[in-house]
Design a protein around this ligand. Structure first.
Ligand code: SF4
Length: 367
């Protein structure tokens, strides 16, 4: 056989990844609360909700949130009618809160459609708030069985290895999307999409992929070349900048904690927070920061720092704590109309992002 013929044969085999992969999926797929039996049509609402929750978040973390959401809001219509603060509270801890606000906006847009249902095509789905190309393709394939190829980080990795793509990410993204589309079968496109996700999560893992157990090992170019561990290649990322803040945890003598609602737009918009200084590029000076504290008191610096990583920066927070009398007034700087005193036992019900929960746990750990 000539080299050209060998190459063509390998190309054809790779493009027939669907047969072994679907057989593997039928036997080994993960049981997940938003999954349906192979071949069955899924509920677009559950597919959409799970896919939005899974963005930047692990399956293990998402499962209890997903179950709580569908118990409380079993349909897109129910979610559309929900109070926004209730949804933000239920979302608290999942991070990336713009997703929660888009979730409500999207549910309302779907409920306002003449049939009250999610549209079926990728193009129409893309017009909904918070739905990008990946989620549109996932809903079209999984809920409607359409020929669509959702490509997330897991799928990028599998495809880069199957075809031994050596171009660095993110430059390789477009090429990987095209290659993923060539693999997708017309029949069972939804199962194929989920099989690729499962393969990436369980077998073709970022480090030490389990090639010996892989249903695609005989057609995988990276496996044949022994370079699976080195793919996909990534351009070196610039280091995240650091921002600094001082947070003021005021604990009232009746056991209530001072919370403030964040501004209506921007990062963590409308979520609750422990009042703090601006998140600035330079380290704040404590004496100056105390002038802007939300309440006059003997503030005490809690030893240690809270470090939280956001997508575009790292935040380092010094936490100050004070125990204050019940009748102590707030200062002008507290933005009184946005502040509220919440009993410690009720903090779990507040729309507090993870970074704020870290601050509270840090400040109250000796109480
Ligand atoms: Fe990934 Fe290895 Fe399977 Fe190739 S053979 S797809 S590298 S797990």
């Amino acid at each position: 056989m000539t080299a050209v013929a060998r190459k063509q044969r390998l190309q054809a085999a790779v493009q027939d990844a669907a047969t072994p992969l679907l057989a593997w999926y039928d036997a080994e797929r993960r049981e997940l609360p938003w999954r349906y039996e192979p071949g069955a049509k899924a509920d677009p609402y559950r597919v959409w909700l799970s896919e939005i929750m899974l963005q930047q978040t692990t399956v293990k973390v998402v499962i209890p949130y997903f179950l709580r959401f569908v118990a409380k809001w079993p349909t897109v219509k129910a979610l559309a009618a929900a109070d926004e603060d209730d949804v933000l509270r239920a979302w608290a801890g999942l991070g990336y809160y713009a997703r929660a606000r888009n979730l409500i906006a999207c549910a309302r847009a779907v409920a306002a459609r003449p049939d009250g249902k999610f549209p079926r095509t990728e193009a129409e789905l893309l017009e909904l708030p918070g739905i990008g190309p990946y989620t549109a393709a996932a809903i079209a394939a999984i809920a409607y069985g359409q020929l669509a190829s959702p490509v997330d980080g897991n799928v990028e990795r599998v495809v880069a290895r199957l075809f031994a793509v050596k171009t660095e990410l993110p430059a390789a993204k477009a090429e990987l999307r095209v290659l993923a589309a060539t693999l997708t079968p017309a029949r069972r496109a939804g199962d194929f999409a989920q099989a690729m996700m499962d393969l990436g999560a369980q077998v073709c893992t970022p480090k030490r992929p389990l090639c010996l157990m892989c249903p695609l090992k005989s057609i995988c170019k990276a496996n044949m070349l022994g370079i699976a561990d080195d793919l996909p290649r990534r351009a070196v990322k610039a280091e995240r900048p650091v921002r600094y803040a001082i947070a003021f945890l005021a604990l009232r003598e009746d056991g209530r904690v001072l919370l403030r609602r964040r501004p209506d737009s921007g990062l963590l918009a409308r979520m609750m927070e422990i009042p703090s200084t601006e998140w600035a590029d330079d380290e704040p000076e404590i004496q100056a920061a105390l002038q802007g504290a939300p309440i006059r008191s003997d503030w005490w610096a809690v030893p240690g720092l809270i470090v939280h990583t956001f997508t575009h920066f790292r935040l380092e927070i010094q936490v100050m704590r004070a125990v204050v009398p019940v009748d102590e007034p707030l200062t002008f700087w507290a933005s009184q109309e946005r502040c509220t005193w919440v009993a410690r036992r009720d903090l779990k019900n507040e729309a507090l992002p993870s970074v704020m929960r870290k601050i509270i746990a840090h400040a109250l750990k000796e109480n």
